[in-house]
Design a protein around this ligand. Structure first.
Ligand SMILES: Nc1nc2c(ncn2[C@@H]2O[C@H](COP(=O)(O)OP(=O)(O)O)[C@@H](O)[C@H]2O)c(=O)[nH]1
Ligand SMILES: [Mg+2]
Length: 366
């Protein structure tokens, strides 16, 4: 790391000197008063062959090192120390920063094409931008990167509580989708706990009739939370269970039905047919895809397949308390344009947080 920084420092100090000289020459001939009257002049930063060679050397060293965007933003922004009146940022000045950003994104598990597009967007935002002397360039660069990432993560907001309360014909129906072990059942329990704390009544449909012990697992949670489970036997038709649960909710005035489901491979045709039938019969208001936040590219592929076959309205990303780097969430939001409602932050009922984009930014760019 230190070798890398030495190279960067050398490169930036050469750059600084050059700018300083240029500005000093200008300031000898132009007084402060005339500067005020004159239209602003631009100092365009040119790159010498020497600098280009250094850049290559920096890149070679960087290839072997772990990266930290936080440090790199700050290093690249030393551009600022050049005391020009106004500097126009050119594409070539951004090469190093963008390269670093892309690697940081990839290391945070952002999918390849998404990270390329993010970098392109940031290049567009920054190229040609004029920087005034004394401007906080560290802050400016970070803000541009933040803004670009935020705009790429924008999705339509779903206010779940309001939707549940506004639904005229009770119950509100939520179908939980996603691969085995992703955390569907646990998330169902957490979300129920949350809704119960808001005074809503919940009932469950044990529509994972495939995996051994799934009904018992549901019943254990149900007992702790005081929730009724509608169940059939293993191997039964999951859509029929959902149908019964909805009927039970209608007759008892229960606000929300949560439908569990089995998660095998997304390529499993029978599973997809089973889920399509649950959708036909159960008419869910919300199809919630539960995925593990750290699975990266695989999560995106699975979710796209589920979306094609079943349709997804929103996501819950679980296990962010483990090694989730956050990049998966960026790719998911960018590629699928569907909101992430919650993130799972542990195994307890309370460990469900509303998703905020800041949460990802903190992890990805510091
Ligand atoms: N650390 C952590 N573990 C979780 C989280 N959500 C679920 N789990 C665990 O993941 C495992 C599988 O969860 P489960 O709900 O059975 O997944 P399902 O097969 O999709 O229904 C269980 O051991 C859960 O306790 C989370 O947010 N954080
Ligand atoms: Mg389950």
């Amino acid at each position: 790391m230190s070798l890398l920084f030495d190279l960067l420092k050398k490169k930036l100090s050469g750059f600084r000197e050059k700018l300083k000289k240029k500005v000093e020459v200008e300031e000898e001939t132009v007084s402060e008063e005339t500067i005020a009257e004159k239209p602003r002049e631009e100092v365009v930063v040119e790159e010498t062959q020497e600098e280009a060679a250094e850049e290559k050397a920096v890149e070679a060293v960087e290839k072997e090192k772990p990266r930290e965007l936080k440090a790199k933003v700050s290093a690249a922004s030393k551009l600022k120390r050049a005391f020009g009146r106004e500097i126009t940022i050119q594409e070539k000045n951004l090469k190093g920063l963008l390269w670093e950003l892309e690697l940081s994104l990839l290391e945070s598990d952002v999918e390849q094409t998404t990270s390329e597009e993010i970098c392109r967007e940031i290049k567009q935002r920054l190229s040609g931008k004029k920087i005034r002397r004394k401007e906080d360039i560290d802050g400016m660069l970070k803000k541009e990167i933040r803004d670009a990432l935020l705009s790429m993560m924008e999705t339509e907001e779903i206010k779940l509580l309001r939707e549940i309360k506004n639904k005229k014909e009770k119950p509100y129906r939520i179908l939980f989708l996603g691969p085995n072990g992703a955390g569907k059942t646990t998330t169902m329990a957490k979300l129920s706990h949350l809704l119960q704390s808001k005074g809503l009544k919940v009932i469950w449909s044990a529509s994972d009739t495939f995996r051994a012990a799934s009904i018992e697992q549901l019943e254990k949670h149900a007992e702790k939370l005081g929730i009724r489970v509608v169940k059939h036997s293993y191997g039964a038709d999951p859509a029929a269970v959902a149908f019964d649960a909805i009927k039970a909710a209608q007759s008892k005035g229960i606000d929300v039905v949560m439908i569990d489901s089995a998660g095998r491979q997304e390529t499993d045709k029978n599973l997809m047919k089973e889920l399509q039938k649950i959708v036909r019969v159960g008419q869910p208001d919300l199809k919630l895809y539960v995925g593990e936040a750290f699975t990266g590219q695989a999560l995106l592929q699975q979710a796209q397949e589920y979306d094609k076959m079943i349709g997804i309205d929103a996501f819950v990303l679980t296990k962010v308390d483990t090694d989730a780097k956050g990049g998966t969430i960026i790719s998911l939001l960018y590629k699928m344009k569907k909101p992430v409602l919650f993130v799972g932050t542990g195994q307890e009922y309370k460990d469900l947080q509303r998703f905020e984009p800041e949460f990802v930014l903190k992890r990805v760019i510091g």
